[in-house]
Design a protein around this ligand. Structure first.
Ligand code: SAM
Length: 394
């Protein structure tokens, strides 16, 4: 797989990848978590080690890897390089349609004469191409992100032409969007967007619930394995409880199935748009025993429960807490808040065993013990490993 920085483990047999990930998790729990003999179950393999991703983010750059004359590239970053991309013509962790659309966009964007992003000066025009797949619904999105363009400008008309041609070549695309961002960040996030062709969103179905996915929505990137991850988290959550919390809930992908295992569930999440989407997702799926709060988790826990941004109590002490924080893990105020509220069970879904292990050590100081931990392979061919762990009191 040469210089592409997208996935570095393709040269390792899949069984060896799983072993290495399990060893990585064990090592984190022992060294960072201070757990002498971690209660590890066997790693949960991915059902499809290739073609599994439902989202790919490709970057444009004025320097293509190993093509000295090419001033135009769009693909994944070359390994260890922020300023160079590989002109990928195939990618084994994405479904085939994504590289076909990538190849079309590369050809059409190059022919437009408009420049790709200049990584060093933050100039140019084309920034990112984000492709998303409703794996279980058949809906597909192509989202071209550029620097801001004035309405009716040559740039905007060129984007319309490019996306019009892409829609004609790839009729399976249901949503073609033009997003813009003035941010120099290398994250494919847009500040505004418009629908050029088709619908503004796509949908994905996970565990019998249908979720709306917009251009900036966080959503699990491996739909098939996300269902297995969620089933595992729900199994560890145990029998039905009265009140459950789903912290860092995103658009409610785990909150809605959790609602079958509790009389009432409260989901909390930082991004207001995700909370609006979570509420709409609950309504769309007829789930009525959930409520959602937009709040930064580090300010959300009081002595008596979960509060909203005004400090008003939304929910008292829970019987079960499920958390799925970003890579940084939980803020120390969150672990301290949970220890004070003392829910009998905490189920922790993590995309970073290092921060989970740190949080496990903090929870242990507050009287919690990890009784099960399971590495889950969401991202075959890469070094990333997800895991689920359960904490109980005593
Ligand atoms: C790994 S995602 C999990 C989302 C959800 N459980 C799912 O499976 O779709 C982490 C979520 O935490 C949210 N988040 C990040 N920092 C946060 C904070 N300080 N307070 C609350 N939510 C936060 C992110 O916006 C993101 O939606």
């Amino acid at each position: 797989f040469g210089p592409c920085g997208g996935c570095l483990w393709q040269n390792l047999d899949y069984a060896r990848q799983l072993e290495a990930k399990a060893a990585q998790v064990r090592d984190c729990l022992v060294r960072l978590g201070g757990i002498e003999d971690p209660p590890l179950r066997a790693a949960l393999p991915a059902p499809a080690p290739y073609g599994y991703r439902n989202k790919m983010e490709f970057s444009f750059a004025d320097r293509a890897w190993d093509e000295p004359d090419s001033r135009f590239g769009v693909g994944l970053h070359a390994r260890g390089r922020f300023d160079k991309v590989v002109n990928n013509t195939e990618c084994h962790i994405a479904p085939a349609w994504m590289t076909e659309v990538l190849n079309s966009v590369r050809e059409l964007a190059l022919a437009s004469g408009l420049p790709p992003s200049e990584m060093r000066t933050h100039g140019g025009f084309f920034r990112f191409l984000v492709l998303r797949d409703g794996r279980h619904t058949g809906e597909r999105m192509a989202h071209l992100i550029t620097w801001p363009a004035a309405p009716g400008s040559i740039e905007e008309r060129s984007v319309d032409e490019i996306l019009g041609a892409v829609a004609a070549r790839h009729p399976e695309l249901t949503s073609l969007l033009h997003g813009t961002t003035g941010s120099k960040s290398s994250v494919a996030y847009c500040e505004s967007w418009r629908t050029v062709h088709g619908l503004p969103v796509i949908h994905e179905r996970l565990l019998d619930h249908v979720f709306e996915i917009g251009p900036n929505t966080f959503f699990q990137t491996n739909s098939q394995q996300a269902e297995r991850l969620f089933n595992l988290a729900l199994e560890l959550a145990g029998p039905k409880v009265g009140l459950a919390w789903d912290l860092y809930c995103g658009v409610g992908a785990l909150t809605l199935p959790l609602a079958r295992q509790a009389n009432h569930v409260v989901g909390a999440e930082l991004i207001g748009a995700s909370i609006e989407a979570a509420r709409a997702n609950a309504t769309r799926n007829g789930v009525t025993n959930v409520e959602f709060v937009a709040i930064d988790m580090k300010e959300a826990l009081s002595e008596s429960g979960l509060v909203d941004r005004d400090g008003t109590l939304v929910s008292g002490r829970p019987d079960l807490v499920l958390v799925d924080p970003p890579r940084d893990g939980m803020h120390a105020d969150v672990t301290a808040g949970l220890i004070r509220l003392a829910p009998p069970r905490i189920v922790y879904v993590s995309c970073n065993p290092g921060t989970l292990a740190r949080d496990a050590a903090r929870l242990a100081e507050g009287g919690y013990r990890m009784d099960v931990a399971v590495p889950v392979d969401m991202f075959p061919q890469t070094a990333h490993v997800e895991m689920v762990a359960r904490f109980i009191v005593g």
